[in-house]
Design a protein around this ligand. Structure first.
Ligand code: GCW
Length: 714
């Protein structure tokens, strides 16, 4: 009997503990109780809420208001269905409520568009109200999430007057998920989509995933890898996709698929996939009609063609435009779009891979159908810790270009590194292309304002998996969060997004916010410093891209490290100036001159654009070799500092999350040291200069670091 009682007590205690512990599953939607003073203040301002409308989307808004407000305000907040009371929140479309329809809001909402919202304090029949309204139910839901975010982050609720609408139309995640459950470049477990169990078995995660995206304004998702399996377009799989699409729909999340260009051959029984052969056209038309009959609000296709071995129109002597337009014509009657990737490779090794995309695409400007977006990675090589902006931005005025960012940290320490990516995203968005004179930023290219394009998009290669906390590293969540917030408004600053995320996810304690904000804002530069400072790039471990590999020299030349760093006794760096590959010539004149001239080229891009002697005098007065030592050592020191700052927060952060991050940081310190020591010893073979006395000498030999068994770091 006694043991039974003990077991029972233990059971009760442990379930209680597990309920209280934060395991990251709730992401930024914890709805934790706000401080006592805020509770008091908010309880005065919010006595209940009213929702107008019957759609599933409105029901979600209702549930969020009910749960979110009750939980954050520490007291039940109920829905009011009859008489409006003082300090009520009304959420709904204008048309759906008598109170709202007659107000002056109609005019104000004209600028909100299809998905925007208005959050406004107003007096109605002498009562103070807060209105969350929009032209559509999804706009109301977006406004609801924004309002709840304001409550959680402690915003004052007086005189509210917020009109917000997305600057970018297609805000889309790209999942590189394979049908067998694995994820290409995924570091957070297996795929979220359980294809074996679909369509019969539905997991709670599917709705939770859609909810998380809706809460940050993401409205589209590509479910499968761009290295696409043609099976995805078979009826068997389309039925599975339809189930997900239905679950996502009330959250405003549209489903898209990656398709393999050779599908007509692979699953259609045709002898060719040549886009100019009528039977191939016909096949796609029928296939698209079938897709829409199964998934009525399907979004469209994402295509990786003639890149890394994927088939494409060039296999038949046709252009990217021929291929994209064929698919666009099939999708057009249904309102679907094509996102055609510009990440292309030639089968032959080029003199400079950085130049390929623009070389292949620029001459096609103006030839694409209206429902085609060209999806361009932020830089011309491949999601490096730092790259200059892609020269295609600004170079194809007649074609809408969409951005492709990578949220998963393929080249940035994967799920080991705490690396807050917003500064990387912003650096690219704020770059000036000078396409139409000063101020022609990349952000203006992709939000369509520079050339008046209406179809606009921003894609993020997802970092999600079925790990309990979704992203492997807890701080990976911040990058998913940030992608959504930036796609809605590329103008928000890195600091603002970090602060929001910290308050929503970790704590609103001032010390926590200040310390973690600092950690986050410095984190990307730390990673650049200990991996690829001064414009170095693509010197990671072979194919897995984790850890250092400046010595990688075997295989296809433009997949090796030596192709990119070109270290020799004379110096280091890739000469892309007019004396070298002249990749600088792909930018507009002002930008080209800026990068091509050693005197004006920023330190951050120095070795990206120039081959520089080891004893070159840097702006700091140091030689290039000393400067490299400085950056590599700063990177290591930065990670150490990050950890000691994190340690000061013990007791202020949920213990489970605190420990999780501490363990990751310990690994990251080892990883950073491995990087620094490997690179300095490797490059020293060429510089033949000593490691300056003020820096620590690597404790092991280069050979040791080259053979280092890093599995426990991952
Ligand atoms: O970043 C590289 C990756 C590949 C990826 C490719 C691409 C999906 O190493 O794994 O393939 O780019 O973007 O197509």
């Amino acid at each position: 009997m006694k043991t039974r009682i003990l077991i029972l007590i233990f059971f009760l205690l442990s379930t209680r503990l597990s309920v209280n512990a934060m395991d990251g599953y709730n992401l930024w939607l914890n709805y934790t109780k706000v401080s006592e003073s805020l509770q008091k203040e908010y309880q005065k301002k919010i006595t209940g809420f009213m929702v107008c409308g019957e759609s599933q989307t409105i029901k979600i808004a209702e549930k969020e208001l009910q749960n979110g407000l009750s939980s954050m305000l520490g007291t039940p907040i109920h829905r009011i269905s009859d008489q409006l009371k003082e300090n009520t929140i009304i959420a709904g479309k204008l048309q759906s409520s008598e109170e709202l329809r007659n107000s002056t809001l109609i005019n104000e909402l004209k600028n909100a568009g299809e998905e925007g919202y208005l959050i406004k304090s107003l007096k109605y029949n002498n009562k103070d109200l807060i209105v969350i309204t929009a032209n559509s139910d999804i706009g109301v839901l977006y406004g609801t999430y924004q309002f709840l975010r304001m409550v959680q982050t402690g915003v004052e609720l007086n005189h509210l007057d917020i009109l917000s609408s997305p600057k970018i139309k297609v805000r889309i995640l790209n999942h590189w998920d394979n049908l067998n459950g694995s994820i290409e470049r995924g570091y957070a477990g297996q795929s979220l989509w359980n294809w074996n169990d679909l369509p019969g078995k539905i997991e709670q995660r599917y709705a939770d995933y859609a909810r998380a995206n809706a809460s940050i304004g993401i409205n589209s998702t590509v479910l499968n890898n761009v290295n696409a399996n043609p099976q995805m377009l078979t009826p068997e799989y389309l039925k599975k996709v339809a189930v997900l699409a239905n679950i996502f729909k009330p959250y405003g999340l549209k489903v898209y698929l990656s398709v393999k260009f050779s599908s007509p051959v692979n699953i259609g029984g045709l002898g060719t996939a040549d886009p100019l052969v009528p039977a191939v056209h016909e096949w796609w038309k029928k296939k698209v009609a079938e897709v829409y009959s199964i998934i009525p609000d399907f979004g469209g296709f994402l295509v990786k063609a003639n890149s890394e071995g994927q088939p494409g129109p060039q296999n038949y002597g046709r252009t990217h435009a021929d291929g994209a337009n064929m698919l666009a014509d099939a999708l057009q009657p249904f309102g679907g779009i094509v996102m055609w990737r510009a990440f292309v490779y030639d089968n032959n090794v080029p003199d400079d891979r950085a130049k390929q995309a623009l070389n292949e695409f620029q001459l096609l400007d103006g030839q694409f159908r209206e429902n085609v977006l060209i999806q361009v990675k932020n830089g011309a090589i491949d999601f490096q810790p730092r790259e200059p902006f892609h020269p295609m931005f600004g170079a194809m005025p007649k074609t809408p270009l969409m951005m492709e960012f990578q949220i998963t940290q393929e080249y940035l320490g994967q799920s080991t590194d705490l690396c807050y990516l917003t500064p990387l995203f912003k650096e690219c968005l704020e770059s000036d292309t000078y396409a139409k004179g000063k101020g022609s930023t990349v952000a203006k290219v992709i939000d369509g304002t520079l050339e008046n394009h209406r179809l606009t998009g921003m894609a993020g290669v997802a970092n999600t998996g079925n790990d309990r906390n979704w992203t492997g590293h807890l701080f990976g969540q911040a990058n998913w969060y940030s992608f959504g917030r930036l796609a809605w408004n590329p103008g928000i600053s890195s600091g603002e997004i970090a602060e929001e995320w910290i308050k929503l996810t970790l704590s609103s304690d001032q010390v926590v916010v200040k310390t973690v904000r600092e950690i986050m804002l410095n984190s990307r530069e730390n990673s650049v410093n200990y991996m690829t400072p001064l414009g170095l790039h693509h010197i990671m471990g072979n194919s897995h891209h984790f850890g250092p590999g400046p010595w990688v020299s075997r295989g296809r030349a433009d997949w090796t490290a030596i192709y990119y760093h070109k270290a020799d006794s004379a110096g280091i760096g890739f000469d892309r100036s007019p004396t070298g590959s002249n990749a600088t010539g792909q930018y507009s004149k002002q930008v080209a001159d800026h990068f091509a001239d050693l005197k004006s080229c920023p330190d951050e891009y120095l070795l990206w654009f120039h081959h520089v002697p080891w004893n070159f005098k840097m702006r700091s007065g140091k030689t290039l070799w000393e400067e490299m030592n400085q950056h590599y050592s700063d990177g290591v020191a930065g990670v150490g500092k990050m950890k000691s700052e994190w340690q000061t927060l013990k007791g202020k952060i949920d213990p489970e999350e605190f420990e999780h991050v501490t363990m990751k940081m310990e690994k990251q310190i080892k990883l950073a040291n491995w990087w620094r020591n490997s690179c300095l010893l490797y490059f020293q073979q060429f510089s033949k200069m000593p490691i300056p006395a003020k820096f620590e000498t690597p404790s092991e030999s280069l050979d040791y670091y080259m053979k280092y068994d890093f599995k426990d770091l991952k």
